[in-house]
Design a protein around this ligand. Structure first.
Ligand SMILES: [Zn+2]
Length: 387
């Protein structure tokens, strides 16, 4: 959960539940019909369906007191996202004391089933539910995945030939039928790095190395739209690259997580490949969860222990920031194409009909730009923030 302190309000945002992910082990008492202790998975679309049928959801503290403020809820391709501007005084003082730990929700399962796992516990699968409440918690939530970090990266190069036999072999581990180099389009992406970002956070190098393992094989979608399945790319290789000639604000050599991705060339993604090849500016955004958020000054883990240090302030000449450690899951990476700035692009001569196609591509790219700005707005705050 993200907690942004302002003069007389606090903004809370984050994922209440990441769909298709297992909760921590819940006691039998938590599920009315549970045959034993269980882990729970909420299926994609279940929250969106509930919100359509019943948009009115109570906003509470610790499942008890109803808060006077409203909460915005939306299911996206990661899960149920919440955002609230809270004026309630108790919440503001809890936020200042670093006591807000996460989200929880109240629901009645409508379609659910249990099956036994090999360790004797149960897994509960919920495909339809009625959500009636979302709570802010002063203790740790049952779903570890409710702390999703969003990050921005960019595409560094593309190419539409020169796939080496070794790369082809790597790619063919993920394809149903063996692909030929000419059927593939590949490109490289910087997913993230160890530089302190505008939220005052950075990944450690060890975290980048772990993410490199987690991202191999992950499918990237375009424009955060999981429905465009024919327009997806998959990462087939990931590596951590250190550039000793560049130093981050924290004084480390710049280290980047680079991924190589491929797309199968099809008639439906030909425009997209053209768009990328035409030198349109390329960006990606990635999301993952981490299990530790460390204060750079005192080493406190902000997941459990608040400290008095404020991100962006200086202590003995050192700027306070948070270090993201121990990634546990990589959710998605999304490819976003936005038009190149005027005067910065490459001029190409093309026929009128090609020009029309290009204009269309640029219009499409512009609507995507709006989309990504909306996504970025979620984490792009200038104010003082704490976890
Ligand atoms: Zn600290």
């Amino acid at each position: 959960m993200k907690v942004e302190l302002r003069a007389d309000t606090v903004e809370l945002s984050g994922y209440v539940n990441a769909v298709e992910r297992r909760s921590e082990l819940l006691p039998k008492a938590k599920g009315r019909d549970a045959p034993g202790d269980f882990r729970e998975v909420i299926r994609q679309g279940a929250f969106a369906d509930s919100l359509r049928r019943n948009p009115k959801v109570d906003f509470k503290l610790n499942h008890s007191r109803v808060l006077p403020d409203s909460i915005e809820l939306e299911e996206d391709n990661i899960g149920l996202y919440a955002c609230a501007q809270v004026t309630d005084e108790e919440i503001i003082s809890l936020a200042r004391a670093g006591k807000l730990k996460g989200w929880s929700f109240g629901m009645n399962p409508i379609e659910s089933s249990y099956k036994q796992a090999s360790d004797g516990t149960y897994e509960r699968d919920i495909s339809k539910l009625d959500m009636f409440e979302v709570s802010i918690l002063t203790h740790r939530p049952a779903y570890p995945a409710t702390s999703v970090e969003l990050r921005d990266g960019r595409v560094i190069e593309y190419r539409d030939s020169e796939i080496t036999p070794e790369e082809l072999e790597q790619i063919n581990q993920y394809t149903l039928n063996d692909m030929k180099a000419e059927d593939l389009f590949t490109f490289s992406v910087i997913l993230c790095d160890n530089e302190i970002d505008r939220d005052g956070e950075r990944f450690s190098v060890a975290a980048l190395e772990k993410l490199a393992e987690l991202y191999v094989g992950k499918t990237g979608i375009f424009d955060h739209d999981p429905k465009g399945s024919n327009q997806s790319a998959r990462i087939y290789d990931c590596s951590v690259v250190t550039d000793v000639s560049r130093t981050t604000a924290a004084g480390e050599p710049l280290t980047q997580l680079r991924a190589k991705a491929y797309m199968a060339r099809t008639s439906s993604n030909a425009d997209l490949i053209t768009e990328i090849s035409a030198g349109i500016k390329k960006e990606v955004s990635v999301s993952c969860s981490v299990s530790r958020i460390i204060c750079s000054i005192c080493g406190a883990d902000h997941r459990n222990v608040p400290c008095e240090h404020i991100k962006g302030n200086y202590y003995d000449g050192k700027r306070c920031h948070s270090i993201l450690e121990e990634p546990t899951d990589a959710y998605e990476w999304s490819f976003v194409a936005v038009p190149a700035q005027k005067g910065a692009g490459v001029t190409k001569i093309c026929s009128e009909s090609e020009q029309e196609e290009k204009d269309k591509a640029i219009i499409a790219a512009k609507s995507r730009e709006i989309e990504i700005l909306k996504m970025k707005g979620r984490k792009n705050y200038e104010s003082e923030s704490t976890y």
